[in-house]
Write a protein that binds this ligand. Structure first.
Ligand code: DOR
Ligand code: ZN
Length: 359
């Protein structure tokens, strides 16, 4: 059979996205809005998005950065703290203003200082969420500096996630940006109530990419890329078609100057080419027929939403599409775009709306 050169799928969604605010929001939003129907918007602004009214205000700023009547739909999340108000969260979910709640263990990553110090402190909030079916999105890493950074996800699953799920068996949980075979095995072993988002970059790179020929700050994100055997497990999970795994790009822009420095920020910006890399992975795994499930169907099913009602077309070219290495942020900063060889030959040939500026 000839290798596929064209694939048509239901328009994808991004189930984990950092858009930031202000000038950065303006710079990065066009790349996501050009392609995805919806995206789950992470609340780790400074200060974080903690209350429904703050999520509504943030959604307003996102919508204001889009052309009028643009069909892209941001799905807002609240940032869980030790003092989150269950009544506010419940009202936000029931009105449709808020789709999910994000749990950052305090200190785990960018702007997580106000995160949860102990899941026991939010037990009544988790009970309310379980009752109304509101998903809890989990950054699954322990923050104990004595735990090896490459082990923090596996230790979190055993010491925080699993005990929390035993205490709240009806809670619907997404283990965000799964990076380990342990995470995949954990999700597969459970009967219900847990899914995992997977990023394109964790399907493409392993931890060697951080040190290839020198220190590579643009390959640094959290959870950090792990050993090759973990990448292989993620690829098997993503391409399996299993409804518990779906695309969350974790596109997380930082100005290049804040990554290329002592104590550089964690985050990989992949919004301009995340789907193309994902298609490359599915082609390499002989699973292009399951790309649609991972990118466009499994996520809506978990979130109890309908899939998008239009379609996009990807075509395989002879040479890589000429994408910018960096994009410009109004005010003078630039953000590096994720790149790992081989650069995908897949490109969108139909269904993309025009995008913004390059550096
Ligand atoms: O690499 C990361 N960047 N991981 C996160 O959890 C947060 C994100 C960010 O906001 O920059
Ligand atoms: Zn993230």
């Amino acid at each position: 059979m000839a290798a596929a050169k064209r694939i048509e799928i239901v328009r994808p969604d991004d189930w984990h996205l950092h858009l930031r605010d202000g000038a950065m929001l303006e710079a990065v939003l066009p790349y996501t809005a050009a392609l995805y129907g919806r995206a789950i918007i992470m609340p780790n602004l400074a200060p974080p998005v903690r209350m429904t009214a703050e999520a509504e205000a943030y959604e307003g700023r996102i919508r204001a950065a889009l052309p009028e009547d643009h069909p892209f739909r941001p799905l807002m999340t609240l940032y869980l703290t030790d003092t989150t108000d269950a009544a506010d969260l419940r009202a936000g979910f029931e009105s449709g203003a808020v789709t999910a709640v994000k749990l950052y263990p305090a200190g785990a990553t960018t702007n997580s200082e106000s995160g949860v110090t102990d899941t026991a402190k939010v037990a009544s909030v988790l009970d309310a969420m379980a009752e109304i079916g509101m998903p809890l999105l989990v950054h699954g890493e322990v923050t104990d500096p004595d735990v090896d950074v490459f082990d923090r996800e596996a230790v979190f699953i055993d010491t925080v996630l699993d005990p929390m799920r035993r205490r709240h068996p009806d809670l619907r949980v997404v283990l965000e940006h799964a990076t380990t075979a342990r995470a995949v095995d954990y999700v597969l072993a459970e009967k219900q109530g847990i899914a995992a988002s997977i990023t394109p970059h964790h399907l493409v790179i392993n931890r060697n990419a951080l040190f290839a020929g020198g220190l590579r700050p643009h390959m640094y994100c959290l959870p950090i890329a792990k050993r090759e055997e973990n990448r292989q497990a993620l690829r098997r999970a993503a391409t399996s078609g299993d409804g518990r795994f779906f695309l969350g790009t974790d596109s997380a822009p930082h100005p290049a100057r804040l990554k290329e420095t002592d104590c550089g920020c964690a985050g990989i910006f992949n919004a301009p080419n995340a789907l193309e890399y994902t298609a490359r992975v599915f082609e390499e795994e002989g699973a292009l027929d399951r790309l649609e499930a991972f990118c466009s169907l499994n996520g809506p099913a978990f979130y109890r939403l309908l899939p998008n009602d239009d379609r996009i077309v990807l075509e395989k070219g002879e040479t890589p599409e000429s994408l910018p290495d960096s994009i410009a942020v109004p005010g003078g900063d630039s953000v590096r775009v994720f790149r790992a060889d081989p650069v995908p030959l897949w490109r969108l040939s139909a269904g993309r709306r025009p995008v913004g500026r390059t550096a």
